[in-house]
Design a protein around this ligand. Structure first.
Ligand code: URA
Length: 216
């Protein structure tokens, strides 16, 4: 029997996002999000976490393998590197709110039962997840958003975003009806993959120092 499949551009989290909810209620609702197909293979929704009064919100791409298992963003190797870079730049990692553009882990396997390999979310999946990010921004009201890599940049600033063009600069843009200040930088995973890891790490710290100065 033929099955009907929703068109990809019909993907959206919007019907799952409760109105007038606080962050705890949002997190609970996000656990049941079926706004795109990524919930099918992921273990759980990984919602944002951290200081709800934070001056800085960090936005990554999507949870990785460890985040999917543990239910918190940036608890794996990229998160450890990010915390180190933040501290070195003068931003207390414990005082930030950390989230991702996409709240479910997308992956492939080289063979059944084999290791899960990160797969970048599509633009449609990223846009579908946007209502969660918009709700987090509305509730946390950060003074500054640190944009970690291309997926977060496209989610917040549109598909023409290029991290190499704007990294380490303070941008001012209207996002979801709010005037926001943003500092884009590379994703910490790209530092872990770089040939010259030390140079890539220094670049990340230097961009985060721009964010630290913008908060003074
Ligand atoms: N990479 C991300 O973008 N987010 C995480 O939470 C972990 C790794």
């Amino acid at each position: 029997m033929a099955t009907t499949k929703a068109p990809e551009d019909a993907y959206t989290a919007a019907p799952f996002v409760p109105e007038h909810a606080d962050l705890a209620a949002l997190r609970e609702a996000a656990a049941g999000c079926r706004g795109c197909p990524l919930h099918r293979d992921a273990t759980r929704t990984v919602f944002g976490a951290g200081d709800t009064d934070a001056r800085v919100m960090l936005v990554g791409e999507q949870p990785g393998d460890q985040e999917d298992r543990r239910g918190r963003p940036f608890v794996g190797p990229a998160g450890k590197l990010l915390d180190r870079a933040l501290a070195e730049a003068g931003i207390d990692p414990g005082g930030t709110y950390v989230t991702n553009a996409v709240k479910h882990f997308k992956f492939t396997r080289s063979a059944p039962g084999k290791r899960r390999i990160h797969k970048a979310p599509s633009l449609r999946e990223t846009v579908a997840c946007g209502p969660w990010l918009a709700a987090e921004l509305r509730l946390v009201e950060p003074e500054l958003i640190v944009v970690l890599g291309a997926t977060a940049g496209k989610a917040l600033l549109g598909s023409s975003f290029r991290v190499t063009e704007v990294r380490g600069t303070v941008l001012e843009e209207e996002i979801h009806g709010r005037q926001e200040r943003l500092v884009p930088t590379v994703h910490p995973s790209s530092v872990l993959r770089a040939d010259d890891r030390e140079a890539a790490y220094r670049g990340l710290v230097s961009d985060l120092k721009v964010a630290a100065r913008a908060l003074m």
